[in-house]
Design a protein around this ligand. Structure first.
Ligand SMILES: Cc1cc2nc3c(=O)[nH]c(=O)nc-3n(C[C@H](O)[C@H](O)[C@H](O)COP(=O)(O)OP(=O)(O)OC[C@H]3O[C@@H](n4cnc5c(N)ncnc54)[C@H](O)[C@@H]3O)c2cc1C
Ligand SMILES: *[C@@H]1O[C@H](CO)[C@@H](O)[C@H](O)[C@H]1NC(C)=O
Length: 282
């Protein structure tokens, strides 16, 4: 068959890292990223980007450890040239260099892609709730403030991790909230004040912070990350799908490990397609 065409839906940390892993493992594939939003407008842009192991109760612990280890090793290796908080930006430039196409497009139904692509990878984050009707996926809303306070050099996190101060290279992230089942993307002014007060009591110098911006993200939460193949079919026509979403509060921490697994599943899909196309020729 001709170069297999792969579409990755979603341009958050999961979609971009998955697209990169597919290019690395399948150089003959033509890879396209389709997304309704790009950086700086994704949930991944709201995150502080800390590597902290989160637990997915529905995923075996040894698998989660492997994802985390692979991600840590990967970021550690590039940390000489790039800060982890800039990984999104580096991912985008890395993808452009490898010839991945990127288009702004809201996908209403994965099936809509069947005539254009051989394999579709679903990295839609919380968008998968609507895109594939996954009722097990729910938002855990997080509101944070991104402020200019370059004198803050160390991170501070209170006991349960609800109040935190994470300095990045450009901005300091002040958090936060965890609101289950809340879909609101607009910042709440009362919450902003509360976050600011909580953080100032940990680090009083933040009272002098400048250029305070409010950000909201919906963590795509689920018992377990959905990382599996699915075959969609209509009227005898098939579309091979790989799902990679539901990373909840830990998408950064495991992105490389789950991207590698998703790329492996894409490889299986392509092998199946090549098997069936060579059988068709016989
Ligand atoms: C306040 C906050 C702090 C966080 N801090 C951390 C942290 O320190 N460490 C950590 O590991 N994790 C953290 N997280 C979690 C992390 O942000 C997420 O796990 C991660 O961003 C999920 O990435 P994603 O690519 O799946 O989703 P997203 O970044 O939401 O990307 C989904 C993409 O899919 C696109 N899309 C959706 N539906 C469609 C559709 N129908 N058609 C086309 N495109 C579509 C969207 O436009 C978007 O580009 C935090 C989250 C929040 C909210
Ligand atoms: C992000 O969203 C803003 C506001 O809707 C928009 O003006 C901007 O073009 C978007 N950026 C990207 C890269 O899509």
């Amino acid at each position: 068959m001709a170069a297999p065409k792969v579409a990755v839906v979603g341009a958050g940390v999961i979609g971009l890292s998955t697209a990169l892993c597919i290019v690395e493992t399948c150089p003959s594939c033509s890879v396209t990223v389709l997304s309704d939003q790009f950086s700086p407008n994704t949930t991944s842009d709201v995150a502080a980007g800390m590597l902290i192991p989160h637990t997915y109760p529905g995923t075996p612990i040894h698998v989660q450890k492997q994802w985390f280890k692979e991600t840590f090793a990967y970021l550690f290796a590039i940390s000489n040239s790039a800060e982890a908080s800039e990984a999104g930006i580096h991912l985008v430039s890395g993808l452009k260099a490898t010839g991945v196409q990127m288009y702004t497009r809201k996908v209403a139904d994965l099936w809509d892609l069947h005539s254009e692509y051989n394999v579709v990878v679903n990295c839609a984050g919380i968008g998968a709730h609507q895109l594939v009707g996954d009722e097990k996926l729910f938002p855990v809303r997080g509101q944070v403030l991104k402020v200019h306070a370059p004198w803050v050099k160390n991170f501070i996190r209170d006991g349960d991790g609800l109040t935190y101060i994470y300095p990045g290279i450009h901005r300091v992230t002040l958090g936060g909230t965890r609101e289950k089942e809340s879909w609101s993307l607009s910042p709440d002014p009362g919450t902003t004040k509360d976050i600011f007060d909580r953080c100032c009591s940990l680090e009083p110098s933040l009272r002098g912070a400048q250029d305070i911006k409010e950000k909201v993200g919906l963590r795509p939460s689920r018992q377990c990350v959905r990382l599996q193949r699915e075959v969609l079919s209509q009227g005898g026509v098939k579309l091979l799908v790989v799902h990679n979403y539901g990373h909840g509060a830990g998408g950064f921490s495991v992105h490389r490990g789950t991207a590698k697994e998703a790329a492996r599943l894409v490889g299986e899909c392509i092998a199946a397609l090549q098997g069936s196309s060579s059988r068709a020729k016989l």
